[in-house]
Write a protein that binds this ligand. Sequence first.
Ligand code: HEM
Length: 416
Amino acid sequence: MSEAAKLDNRNRTPRPAHVPTELVREIDMYALDGIEEGYHEAWKALQTPEMPELVWTPFTGGHWIATRGFMVKEIYEDPSRFSSEVIFLPKEAGEKYLMVPTRMDPPEHTPYRKILDFGLNPAQIRKVEEAVREAAIELIEPIAKRGHCDFAAEYAMIFPVRVFMAMAGLPMSDVPMLAKFAEDMTRPAGNTPEEMAATLDAANQGFFAYVDPIIRARTGGSGTDLITIMVNGKVDGQPLAHDKALGMISLLLLGGLDTVVNFLSFFMIYLARHPEKVAEIRGDELKLRRGVEELFRRFPVVSEARMVAKDMTYRGVELQRGDMILLPTVLHGLDDAENDHPLDVDWERKNVNHATFGGGPHRCVGLHLARLEATVTLQEWIRHIPEFSLAPGAQPVYNSGIIASVQNVPLIWPTA
Ligand code: HEM
């Protein structure tokens, strides 16, 4: 079947009575129009002045989309009106998603979050900086001599995964299986909400089956790996229940395996196309370090949702309990109302506004690790390969979903 015919056959959910026709837009979060030109550009193209702040799409089970930065932020920060009871779309799939504590609202969420913070706080992350740098150099050195590589396959998909697996005390040989589970959870295959739910459910159960014996073996242990630290954490003074540990350790693997991987490739494509931006930070350590925040703003990868907690009128729109609202984080950092010339990377931008790590009680707990990995990559890549560009005719392949992905990033550079 041709691509166009497949798209025409997409499953559309009938518009509920409370959704006005003028707010309906056909936006498919898993197959964005114009994605061939870039994931961020495809989302940004929707943010026209004519686009209502809140629109409803019949795709992916039927859901709302917040199209303005202020709204993405406001919804993230207000769990009393916008609950994390379900956060993945389609909702049928989100109900199969059993990760802990992402589906909890405060106050239930708070003690679990403390355990996560304990394992991934800035002081813990500083301890691994040297090992993170060694992992980057070990990968870049042999590539640098060659004059070319597929950045996605040979660096981005390996480096953060190696770092994370070492921190978690897990063997690299398990990565292909875990990466497939992560892919099936964040970009689940299927033509209907039910099919997508089945794909996600199988992947979720796959994670649980994998972590179950590891949790049992490390409970009560004295190791210093992330999993041992977390499974021995306390919830209101009580040991972490096994079912909650399954959800929490699986979530950690999901967070550690699929996000940084794609973020690194997205920003590297941009830098390869903009040598003048690389020249600006080459030799300016302070600008480079500060600039990492600007990269997080410019290249968000996550689009999760919130569930409307009660019937209400929100910014003039009638919402019903159970409605889902997608929060594309890209529409915050790239909103002109939040940042001038948002598609430019401006290393000296003041007030870098973004929701790349979400906001409110669930704001990404892995952000210190993500920041370290991005900083070290930028430092070591530019030190070893000061000038690089995309190979002629390069066609990166973009995919949208809960976490956006990109493959095929061929880079070239002069060698001595
Ligand atoms: C560029 C990299 C990353 C991005 C863009 C990102 C983005 C996000 C976002 C948007 C959320 C909020 C989810 C929500 O509110 O429902 C989140 C939560 C989370 N992230 Fe990340 N993340 C990144 C890296 C990481 C890493 C490296 C880890 C693990 C080591 C991680 C672990 C988590 C966890 C456990 C949560 C859930 C926190 C909670 O529910 O309280 N993330 N992340």
